[in-house]
Design a protein around this ligand. Structure first.
Ligand code: GLA
Length: 674
């Protein structure tokens, strides 16, 4: 609900939080409240706080979320209020510069069943000369004054994404950013602040996440007076934008979520919001996928894919994905995609490997009762490819600058509409002429040598191609990937069904990666494979059940070389996949609680699922797992043993964990029966 209790004051109320904005004495829109719900009387006495979009000019010396330069060289904004519009849950506060022809709309969007507040900014040049935009953040968020603060974010690298960090924010500016043209393995575009006292289920947490898949910057500022807030948006420093007469620039949304119920409470709200309002096909069942990458890498053949498909179907896989190595090559001129160095851009089945196209393999997969999926990397091109030879001018680069190759590949200039059109046509043709139900859309290198005007349209065209493909092929499931979890964000999730979380499939290390991913993003979007033991990346051996129990906490897939699994392994895998199919609705649609020490609970009343892991006996996990959010007077039946438990006791005494060895794990399925 949006109220305007008096002129220049707006109160946005969500199911369990409120956000208020007030025009300050200087005319600037300022934050008045972000926290629990308020009455209108309470809202009326709120003073104006920090700027909603801090600008340059006057005695402001902090981070400027909006920096512009007019034709005469003058910089900064002096605010003038033009009016406001309310359309359902969408509030637009219309502002302008006092003198120059620049209009600035501040947008706020809330929904009746979500605690998220989407905020974004639109700039409009209403004059007849260009304006240079040096920075345009989506929004700034101010946290109320507290005795102390703690900053939570994630860091990482390839194979180690989403590592949660909790630190005291420096009395300084802390810049979380990606300058790589994708949201990053080393960081992820979200931030959380608490007063240093929040736990998983208690305490206030303020958080925000950007719906953007390219470069981004969030600057957290803590001043000497103890005020904390952050400003964030797309782009990194130094990249400017020319706003011509009559042109406008709209930023992506920077969505904020407040919870008084700890980090768990904030995660619940993110998960619900993303499932309901961000994902393109809410409620779609994520198939159990088999992906052949770790089994075959580039050494792909039709016969070997057919054998893998038979084994995958035998254990209950629902969708078979052929990864990299299936395409390129023509009449012996060159070999196509047989390794990293060639073939990207040539999106036709390699005639040496698939002499009759993909149809024989797809028919085989379908006869086995599965659907078929394919790996693509539409933004990239190898210099050794037909595409590069015919369209060298499509490569992203700058005159007189060397084009940086990463993984032997260059990028196509996706900011060009003709390039995006070509990519759409190739993918549309692939999906139309082959019975393809799933695409894994990869992006294996950062953006380099891009001019100012490339960074934003490039990403918008990626979104446009994904959206158009979905519109033409509504049945298509799309998995986003960038060398693992390098492009996982609300922007990508608006067009894809799931994300390939990490190329690291070692179940032990995966627990931490998944822990970080799940702080904001829901389990149904978290691609998680069971692969071989010892693990290809780390060499660590782990039991099959442990690998399954870790992967079952997301969207389960199988990524091992099934030809090397023993009959006993295949039999056990079949049983575990059957169990996963039973718990899938609870894991994907239920409330997720991270329980103390290596355990996670999903609740979709009357069903409760608990997955617990003991990765190593060095971790002293001997205390029982105490469950959350159950009916204290309810009785819960263990679906495997038939035993019954009191809800109250499950929450206070918990379930025992008598596990003696490394890499032990357990799946508990409980149903409330009384
Ligand atoms: C990236 C992906 C992998 C795999 C390879 C194929 O690294 O993250 O899962 O698809 O590309 O080249």
């Amino acid at each position: 609900m949006i109220d305007c209790p008096e002129p220049g004051l707006w109160l946005l109320t969500t199911p369990s939080s409120a956000y208020a904005v007030r025009l300050g004495p200087d005319g600037a829109p300022r934050s008045a409240h972000w926290g629990p719900r308020l009455t209108l009387d309470q809202a009326r006495v709120l003073p104006a706080g920090a700027e909603e979009l801090p600008v340059e000019g006057g005695d402001r010396f902090g981070v400027a979320g909006l920096q512009v330069r007019y034709g005469d060289g003058v910089r900064g904004v002096e605010w003038r209020h033009l009016g406001d519009d309310v359309d359902g849950g969408h509030l637009t506060i219309r502002m302008a510069d006092r003198h120059y022809p620049l209009e600035i709309d501040l947008h706020y969007l809330i929904r009746p069943d979500s605690d998220a507040v989407d905020r974004w900014t639109t700039l409009r040049n209403t004059g007849d000369g260009p304006i240079t935009v040096l920075r345009c953040d989506s929004a700034a968020w101010a946290v109320p004054r507290r005795e102390d603060y703690r900053l939570t974010h994630v860091t990482g690298e390839w194979g180690a994404e989403f590592q949660v960090r909790r630190t005291a924010p420096a009395v300084a500016e802390t810049v979380l950013t990606s300058r790589r043209g994708h949201s990053g393995h080393h960081a992820n575009p979200w931030v959380m602040i608490d007063a240093g006292d929040a736990t998983e289920d208690r305490g206030e947490v303020w958080s925000a996440a950007l719906a953007w898949s390219g470069s981004w910057r969030i600057t957290v500022e803590r001043d000497h007076d103890g005020r904390v807030g952050w400003s964030g948006g797309f782009g990194h420093e130094g990249v400017t934008w020319r706003l011509g007469p009559g042109e406008s620039l709209e930023t992506p949304a920077f969505t904020g979520v407040y919870s008084a119920e700890g980090f768990g409470g904030v995660s619940h709200r993110w998960h619900e919001h993303i499932r309901r309002h961000v994902l393109p096909a809410p409620g779609r069942v994520r198939p159990v996928v088999y992906n052949s990458w770790e089994a075959t890498e580039f050494d792909v053949s039709q016969a070997q894919q057919m054998e893998l498909a038979e084994l995958a179907a035998g254990i209950g896989v629902e969708l078979f994905v052929m990864d990299d190595g299936w395409f390129g090559g023509r009449t012996g001129a060159f070999a196509g995609r047989t390794g990293e160095t060639a073939g990207l851009g040539d999106w036709w089945p390699n005639p040496d490997r698939f002499p009759h196209g993909l149809t024989p393999l797809i028919d085989h997969v379908k006869r086995l009762g599965m659907r078929f999926g394919l790996w693509v990397e539409p933004e990239s091109v190898n210099p050794d490819s037909e595409l590069y030879r015919t369209r060298p001018e499509w490569v992203l680069g700058q005159p007189n600058r060397r084009a940086t190759e990463v993984r032997d590949q260059l990028l196509l200039d996706f900011s060009r509409d003709d390039v995006a059109e070509w990519a759409y046509d190739r993918l549309d043709e692939l999906v139309t002429h082959n019975d393809i139900a799933f695409l894994k859309w990869d992006m294996n290198r950062p953006i380099t040598e891009a001019g100012d005007e490339v960074w934003v349209p490039y990403i918008r065209n990626v979104y446009a191609v994904v959206d158009r493909l979905r519109a033409t092929h509504p049945h298509l499931t799309i998995e986003g990937c960038a060398s693992g979890g390098g492009r996982a964000d609300l922007g990508m999730l608006a067009g894809t069904d799931q994300i390939w979380t990490s190329d690291n499939t070692d179940a032990t290390q995966r627990i931490a990666i998944q822990h970080g991913y799940g702080q904001v993003y829901p389990a149904c979007t978290m691609g998680a494979w069971v692969t071989d033991s010892p693990n290809a990346l780390t060499g660590r051996p782990t039991p099959l059940a442990f690998r399954f129990h870790v992967a079952m906490s997301g969207a389960l897939g199988i990524g091992g070389d099934l030809g090397r699994w023993s009959p006993a392994d295949l039999e056990q895998a079949k049983h575990l996949i059957e169990q996963y199919k039973l718990i899938r609705p609870v894991v994907h649609e239920g409330r997720m609680d991270r329980l103390a020490d290596w355990a996670v609970q999903y609740t979709l009343d009357p069903h409760v699922v608990v997955l617990s892991w003991r990765p190593t006996t060095l971790v002293r996990v001997t205390a029982p797992v105490r469950l959350r959010g159950l009916d204290p007077d309810g009785v819960y039946r263990d679906e495997d043993t038939g035993e019954t438990h009191h809800g109250g006791l499950l929450m206070s005494h918990g379930l025992p964990r008598p596990w003696p060895f490394d890499a032990t794990s357990e799946l508990k399925r409980l149903t409330r029966v009384g």
